[in-house]
Design a protein around this ligand. Structure first.
Ligand SMILES: [Zn+2]
Length: 97
């Protein structure tokens, strides 16, 4: 069964399940400002811009999110990540709240 979330040689669904992705937050494709690696991360809700906090999570756009701090395993430290795309497919598959 394909989730339809494979992108090139990446399986975004599997990346989302990775412990490196985080436990809570909005699933995004994010880029590490330290090494340029792109990985699925969960953007913490605190990273939603104040003006957008009333927006439904499924209607958020990447410009509604600020950069957020998260561990990068390649940098081996916590770095800043910039969201490049909200993975609304993953968000919807979780059913939201
Ligand atoms: Zn990095």
């Amino acid at each position: 069964m394909s989730s339809g979330l494979e992108r090139g040689d990446r399986d975004l669904g599997a990346e989302l399940e990775s412990p490196a992705t985080g436990q809570v937050g909005i699933p995004v494709d994010a880029i590490c400002t330290g090494c340029g690696r792109i990985h699925v991360k969960r953007s913490p809700l605190e990273s939603v811009r104040e003006a957008s906090t009333d927006t439904e999570p499924t209607e958020l756009e990447v410009r509604d999110l600020t950069s957020f701090k998260h561990v990068c395993h390649r940098c081996q430290t916590a770095t800043w990540w910039n969201s490049v795309a909200i993975l609304s497919g993953l968000l919807e598959s979780e059913g939201g709240e």
